[in-house]
Design a protein around this ligand. Structure first.
Ligand code: NAD
Ligand code: G6P
Ligand code: MN
Length: 440
């Protein structure tokens, strides 16, 4: 069986142990002969390497392993690039969230002006990764988690036509895992979805089991009665994710046609979500004081006592999904997976060049979208507004246009007025100096 060479970009992330764990669990299906962790921060690489030493040992002697901060070393002789970088780090995420909240707007990593501010930082960082990969490994597949995935996907479509680039998200997978458990099924892919939307902005219309029965009616009834089952994925079981899981029932009660992606809460109930957020202590702070600190604390304990038993952050939905995607490409398995793809008629009322999230057959040459067909006016209207907002932001990036960022912010459903959009934008320009393109 063929074996593969993989590099994890952003190897110093606290999500990396989860990816390594999933790679190891799937070695029989997706054999590895090289695993590289690449990051711009050697200290974080050392930290993750130390934490994961027992996992790395399980890669076996046939698999080369090293960490590096050199793009040349990272990408030379590589088949798959798994990217998960956060330009500006959690400190800039904190700015994104807090600036919005100061103006009474949802402060969220990927949604609203916070997500768009992150987009303007992330696009050039992801472009640099792609350019480096193409220099040292022209034919490598790049599977990208780096957020905001919707905006990044639109930007990579324009610049690279997404040649051997696939942008993905673990949220539908994590939610589907809860759906499966509610139906006494095991895995996220024990249910085959029909789903349509944009990244962090979509709905399930059907969920078929292996026998071909649509389990959605039964699932809806259960959720309307008891709520969505707790998260079965370690990442999304963090206490600060609990309200997101609880809000699912409310969204379904108010809009019962389809099962929603949890991120729709920020658009459907912007004001309530904003009021629930603490403008002085946002999700970025929780992550820094939570999984970040835990990573550092554990290495400290390990340094003090080499027998200390490490408790790793094994974020399995995240790790399992990227390995499933890579495996489907590597062996042309045509697995039907929810990924971000050019619309090309899948949702006929949206433009062909919209980057949508729909089930795709993931083949050796990339994702082949399935046909969704016409969607109802309510969902279409929401999608068109969000799509326009995302497209304006990417226009703004390529054109260095202040006006288009302003329009992107104003267009977003989370922003109540153009005046507020401008105030947020003007503060963000200052906070993002050195990260954003210069806006004219
Ligand atoms: P993090 O800041 O904890 O870790 C990111 C790592 O990337 C750090 O070690 C940092 O040094 C490194 N890095 C930053 N810029 C880099 C660059 N240009 N090249 C190489 N390395 C770089 O962040 P995190 O919370 O672990 O999240 C990482 C990314 O994954 C974020 O973009 C996050 O939004 C994304 N994410 C996406 C999904 C999804 O569904 N698409 C799910 C989870 C996380
Ligand atoms: C989900 C989403 C990701 C997002 C993450 C944030 O997994 O799919 O796109 O980055 O949540 O989680 P956090 O714990 O960092 O707030
Ligand atoms: Mn996501």
């Amino acid at each position: 069986m063929k074996a593969f060479k993989v590099v994890i970009v952003g190897g110093g992330s606290s999500h990396t142990p989860g990816i390594i764990d999933s790679l190891i669990a799937n070695l029989d299906r997706f054999p590895l002969k090289k695993l590289v962790l690449y990051d711009i921060d050697q200290d974080r690489l050392d930290l993750v390497e130390k934490l994961c030493s027992s996992l790395i040992a399980k890669l076996g002697t046939d698999c080369e392993f090293f960490t590096t901060t050199s793009p040349e070393k990272a990408y030379t002789d590589i088949d798959f690039v798994f990217a998960q970088v956060r330009q500006g780090g959690l400190k800039m995420r904190e700015q994104d969230e807090k600036i919005c909240l100061r103006h009474g707007v949802v402060g969220q990593e990927t949604c609203g002006p916070g997500g768009m501010a992150y987009g303007l930082r992330s696009i050039p960082a992801v472009f640099k990764i792609i350019d480096d990969v193409r220099t040292y490994a022209p034919e490598a597949w790049i599977i990208n988690y780096s957020n905001p995935a919707a905006i990044v996907a639109e930007a990579t479509r324009r610049k690279y036509n997404n040649y051997k680039i696939l942008n993905i998200c673990d949220m539908p997978v994590a939610i589907q895992l809860s759906f499966s458990k509610m139906l006494n099924l095991e895995k996220y892919n024990d249910l085959e979805p029909t789903y349509f939307g944009l990244n962090h902005f979509g709905w399930w219309t059907h969920l078929y089991d292996k026998e071909g029965n649509d389990r959605m009616p039964e699932l809806k009834e259960k959720i309307l009665q008891f709520g969505l089952a707790a998260s079965h994925d370690k990442h999304h079981s963090d206490p600060s994710w609990a309200h997101t899981w609880q809000n699912f029932k409310e969204i379904l009660t108010d809009y019962p046609d389809f099962l929603p992606n949890t991120y729709l809460q920020y658009y459907l109930y912007s004001k309530d979500c904003m009021e629930d957020m603490d403008p002085n202590y946002t999700r970025a702070n929780m992550v820094m004081d939570g999984r970040e600190k835990e990573m550092y604390d554990q290495v400290k304990k390990l340094d003090e006592n080499e027998n200390f038993e490490v408790n790793l952050n094994l974020f399995n939905a995240f790790g399992d999904f990227i390995v499933d995607v890579a495996e489907s490409i590597a062996f042309n398995k045509k697995e039907k997976l929810l990924v971000i793809v050019e619309n090309n008629g899948s949702i006929p009322q949206l433009p062909n060049d919209a980057m949508v999230e729909v089930p795709c057959y993931v083949r050796a040459w990339g994702p082949e979208a399935t046909v969704i067909g016409p969607i109802p006016t309510f969902h279409l209207g929401m999608l068109q507004q969000q799509l326009a907002s995302e497209k304006l932001l990417v226009d703004a990036y390529f054109e260095n246009s202040y006006q288009k960022v302003l329009e992107a912010f104003t267009m977003n459903k989370t922003v109540p007025s153009g005046k507020i959009a401008r105030e947020i934008l003007d503060e963000m320009i200052i906070a993002n100096k050195g990260y954003w393109p210069e806006l004219k």
